[in-house]
Write a protein that binds this ligand. Structure first.
Ligand SMILES: CC(C)(COP(=O)(O)OP(=O)(O)OC[C@H]1O[C@@H](n2cnc3c(N)ncnc32)[C@H](O)[C@@H]1OP(=O)(O)O)[C@@H](O)C(=O)NCCC(=O)NCCS
Length: 145
């Protein structure tokens, strides 16, 4: 039995191991201010968690990205389901709920950027109706303080 609900400020400890499973290790202390920042912007950010009898077992973050060159679209910032409960439809539930939220905000398009190596996730998204739109490079520069 899985329940979806909006994330709460006190979820950071339970979210931390799931961030590690996504490949972005972070402590509860690191997550707490990030979580608070997202929760303070409910008009443009949605952060849902999946909960079962053992606790939190997944999360999704979506945000509306305003651009000059195109209409606002929803971006999936992150999606992960605990490895022990993958393949039970929890990822699909989280994604569908986020799509519903986006529609309610008047957003007509949803995008997810996914690393090349996440081939299982690509299959998941394609089953959910997502199509490859383009391939990109991600370039990064550290800014000196
Ligand atoms: C992608 C992910 C969120 C899907 O969640 P999920 O709850 O397993 O998804 P569902 O049960 O709704 O759908 C299952 C489908 O997901 C895919 N899938 C990806 N990884 C899987 C795994 N380890 N176990 C089972 N299914 C997996 C399969 O295509 C599967 O379809 P199938 O069972 O018909 O083969 C989850 O596998 C995950 O957290 N992966 C690691 C993190 C990640 O890659 N996130 C996406 C970043 S863009």
């Amino acid at each position: 039995m899985v329940n979806l609900r909006p994330a709460r400020p006190d979820d950071s400890a339970a979210l931390a191991p799931l961030c590690s499973e996504l490949g972005y290790p972070a402590s509860a202390e690191q997550l707490a201010p990030r979580l608070a920042a997202l929760l303070s912007q409910p008009a443009t950010h949605v952060l849902l968690v999946a909960e079962n009898a053992s606790g939190l077992c997944g999360w999704i973050h979506g945000y509306i990205r305003p651009l000059l060159e195109s209409d606002p679209a929803l971006e999936i910032g992150g999606l992960v389901v605990a490895e022990r409960v993958r393949g039970q439809g929890i990822g699909a539930l989280l994604l569908t709920a986020t799509e519903t939220w986006a529609r309610q905000q008047g957003v007509a398009q949803i995008t997810v950027r996914s690393q090349e190596h996440r081939t299982a996730a690509h299959r998941f998204y394609q089953r959910q109706g997502y199509q490859v739109a383009k391939r990109q490079l991600c370039l990064r520069k550290a800014l000196a303080a």
